[in-house]
Design a protein around this ligand. Sequence first.
Ligand SMILES: [Mg+2]
Length: 218
Amino acid sequence: MTKPLLMLDHDGVVVDSFEIFTTAFVEACRRAGLLQIATTDDVLALFGGNFYEGLRDAGAEDAQIREAMRRTADVLRLAMPALRAFPLMPEVLTELGEARHVVIVTSNAGDVVELFLRRHGIAGVAEVAGAEAGRSKVAKVEALIARFPGQANYWFVGDTAGDMREARLAGATPLGVAWGWHGREQLEEAGAERIADTPADLLAIVAPELAADFLGTG
Ligand SMILES: [Mg+2]
């Protein structure tokens, strides 16, 4: 029997990568000649909608975007030992993987995500749809939903306003997490249906039938 689909973003939801990502990305932008992306706030603003569209709106050429992303992915691979999962997210993913077809939908490079999951022994993720699978989360989420017809809802778990907007556009139900890159208010403004304060909270919202066991209250 096919398990129901559940979609999650990676950075800011599973992995606590904000400082390493923004530092690497600002430096990569500088090297690619994108001097307009110079601060943490500049990076955060790119995640108000689709990340790649944000870069184009900031004046980036396609070749510059490719170079910046290649350099960033190189740094993230090297920094892999220093990257950590958010506490309890590995346990929640393992639990979810038993009952859901968990797909990570990310603007990051898919191999960076797969390396992270392997290196940290994180189980439960069935597929990774990274940048190589397309730059639009809307298109990737639509394609996934089409493979899993008939579900009452399709949760997309994300940490940025862009995630909430792209999920809505694709017909998924956006769930914001309170431990990521954008704040609760920003997520709600962008259309978050619910906000999870903790990973246990996330489990209780997307898979209530599993939560009682996980929390030891079953
Ligand atoms: Mg994210």
